[in-house]
Design a protein around this ligand. Structure first.
Ligand SMILES: [Zn+2]
Length: 281
């Protein structure tokens, strides 16, 4: 089917009392593996792009990436969304929407709340006019390398969440409840009591970032308590790199570049089958 709006997928997730999973991808092999396993398991999924600064010169143009995911989605029966992850650049966000992204994230989480509201609202107005959804962030999900997941000052305040969602009109909001980006040095512990309070304060679907390395039992609990979108990046990228290394170690000088994608996709799919089981659609 044609690519769907991420808000449609989050509605399905809310109904099923679970979470859709968004995977950061930056090429065909990563996006193809997500779409193929979503179809195999009959679950919706979200392909996300978190572009490095040199993405368009070194990897792929925004339009070309979008066209790739559109084409992959058209070949399957399950709903697939295309989302631009963490972006602070209004013009880049607009270009992504014009290129066919069905959802974008404006990340104003480092700004004072009033400023975050103002700039998020500007993005919401522009994206909605063009038929795309917007995810915002309230509180700040920092970096695991700094142990930011333990810094309660960065956590989302339930009483602010209600006003934020109402005033901005966002389609989903990323919350800081004890997760962080990157590789955790110690096992994270999600603040589920805070999640309950945020979920009670707003009907806007909630998003959990920093998903690599959170124990599955905590994730399952968070999904039951209002998380409808869950982002994975670090684990998936690490696996990609490790699969290249495995191929090189296994085949050495006899390696064949044309056979690399299928070799890697097989490993990516095995990982995705396990991870997507968390989505109880
Ligand atoms: Zn994130």
């Amino acid at each position: 089917m044609a690519l769907v709006r991420v808000s449609e997928i989050l509605k399905l997730a809310d109904k099923a009392n679970t979470s859709a999973i968004g995977f950061n991808c930056n090429d065909y092999t990563m996006a193809y593996s997500v779409v193929a396993v979503a179809e195999e398991l009959n679950k919706p999924a979200i392909v996300m792009l978190y572009p490095p600064d040199d993405f368009e010169s070194n990897c792929c143009g925004l339009k070309a990436f979008s066209a790739t995911v559109h084409e992959l989605a058209e070949k399957v029966r399950v709903p697939i969304g295309l989302h631009l992850d963490h972006c602070t650049d209004f013009d880049y966000i607009l270009r992504a929407v014009q290129a066919g992204f069905t959802s974008v994230m404006f990340d104003g989480s480092m700004l004072p709340v009033e400023e975050n509201i103002k700039l998020t609202k500007r993005v919401v107005d522009a994206a909605h006019a063009l038929g795309a959804d917007v995810e915002a962030e309230l509180g700040h999900v920092g970096f695991a390398a700094n142990q930011d997941q333990d810094d309660k000052d960065m956590y989302t305040k339930p009483e602010v969440a209600a006003a934020f969602c109402e005033q901005t009109g966002v389609d989903s909001v990323a919350v800081a409840i004890g997760s962080a980006h990157g590789v955790y040095l110690t096992t994270p512990k999600l603040d589920l009591t805070r999640l309950d309070a945020i979920n009670a304060a707003t009907d806007t679907p909630l998003v959990l970032h920093g998903g690599s390395g959170i124990p599955h039992d905590q994730l399952e609990e968070a999904f039951k308590r209002g998380i409808n979108k869950f982002n994975v990046g670090t684990e998936y990228f690490r696996l990609y790199y490790d699969s290249f290394r495995e191929y090189a170690a296994e085949f050495g000088d006899k390696g064949n570049m044309q056979k690399v994608p299928a070799y890697i996709q097989e490993r990516m799919k095995a990982y995705l089958r396990n991870k997507m089981q968390l989505s109880k659609f």
